[in-house]
Ligand binder design. Structure first.
Ligand SMILES: Cc1ncc(COP(=O)(O)O)c(C=O)c1O
Length: 364
């Protein structure tokens, strides 16, 4: 079989290394901690797990393709209309649907700052799109540069706030400037808030939900992070009715499975679990900040559940050395940050183990 050049050039997405893979590869028998994929270290809420158990009897049935009850519940929680919501098999799928639905002209340009969530790039390459990648400014989205780069071909702008992998947030006034700049153009602004629940706990992170009222905006959020349901694959988009309607036309019919729908409904009811998760994250963040400071390691203030830190040493080597000690983080060398790594904030026990092993690896 032959494929087009742009498919030939694609490299599959590389996620954080699964624990089982590390066990297999290095024969490590002791405890392994994974702080590599920004999952919730407290796991899923009890209520969600009970709902999953209860729903197993229904798995021979197709799920509700419209996710009616879940949509109703989410609409009530957000105080918006059901018609303004779409669910996806993870927000990853929604990113793909956005490309498939709106970036259909060969001349379309896709705009974002980089490093950011790498799926904007991988999915865009899979659609053979012209990707305009602008550098970050001091680890944050460079809004001036982004505004200067908008033209009549710009079809999708990805704004990731907080930005994965740096943790920086985009001020609401800057997001508004981007929205204003494309108001009269046929261009969609995607505000990816995968880490919303963590971000909103910070004093200076502003609520962005009302921006869905703009006619060319979609806000993406997910159950994979603070809700602890990454393994079930469920995320959602909030936008004007016509945007949701078009996305529904290209959406596979049963994209969100029964267990994910039931778990998400139960998770929405478990505010306590989100509070606990955010509290754990804040404690872990303060602990890691202070340990990094003691070690003289520079880090970026995060609005999410991960921290980008600079060891001033070869990041890939540090990554490999940590792996051998049973700690999985992410090297940022592939993003051009050759001496930086990203660590997901874990439980306090995991954070302590990580720091202990990091000190051993750095020989301090
Ligand atoms: C910024 C950002 N957007 C989207 C996603 C994808 O999330 P999901 O699991 O809902 O597909 C991630 C996952 O890491 C992310 O970091």
């Amino acid at each position: 079989m032959k494929v087009e050049d742009y498919i030939e050039k694609l490299k599959p997405y590389e996620g954080g290394k699964p624990i089982e893979e590390l066990q297999r590869e290095l024969g490590i028998e002791g405890e392994i901690i994974k702080l590599a994929s920004n999952e919730n270290p407290l796991g899923a809420s009890k209520k969600a797990k009970e709902a999953i158990k209860k729903a197993t009897g229904k798995v021979y049935l197709y799920p509700d393709g419209n996710a009616y009850y879940l949509k109703k519940k989410m609409a009530a929680k957000l105080n918006i209309d059901m018609n303004n919501i779409i669910f996806g098999n993870g927000s990853d799928e929604l990113i793909e649907l956005i490309y498939r639905t709106f970036a259909t002209n060969p001349d379309d340009e896709i705009l974002y700052c980089y490093p950011t969530f790498i799926e904007y790039k991988i999915i865009g390459m899979g659609f053979n799109k012209k990707l305009i990648e602008l550098p970050l400014n001091n680890y944050a989205y460079d809004i001036e540069l982004l505004l200067d780069s908008i033209n009549d071909k710009t079809k999708i702008i990805f704004l990731n706030t907080p930005n994965n992998p740096t943790g920086a947030a985009i001020p609401k006034k800057d997001i508004n400037r981007v929205i204003d700049a494309v108001k009269d153009k046929n261009c969609l602004v995607v505000i990816d808030e995968a880490y919303y629940e963590y971000a909103i706990a910070e004093d200076d992170y502003e609520e962005l939900l009302d921006l869905y009222k703009e006619n060319n905006v979609i806000i993406l959020r997910t159950f994979s992070k603070a809700y602890g349901l990454a393994g079930l694959r469920i995320g959602y988009g909030i936008a004007q009715k016509d945007i949701i309607d078009y996305l529904n036309r290209t959406r596979p019919p049963f994209n969100v499975n029964i267990l994910a729908q039931e778990a998400a409904m139960a998770a929405i009811d478990d505010d306590e679990h989100i509070r606990e998760s955010v509290k754990n994250n804040n404690e872990g963040k303060e602990f890691l900040y202070s340990e990094f400071e003691k070690l003289g390691i520079e880090y970026i203030k995060t609005y999410a559940n991960f921290i980008l830190f600079d060891t001033k040493k070869d990041a890939n080597k540090i990554y490999e050395a940590l792996l051998k000690k049973g700690v999985i983080v992410r090297s940022m060398a592939g993003y051009g940050y050759t001496t930086s790594l990203r660590v997901t904030i874990g439980t306090m026990d995991e954070n302590r183990i990580f720091i202990e092993k990091l000190k051993e690896v750095l020989d301090v």
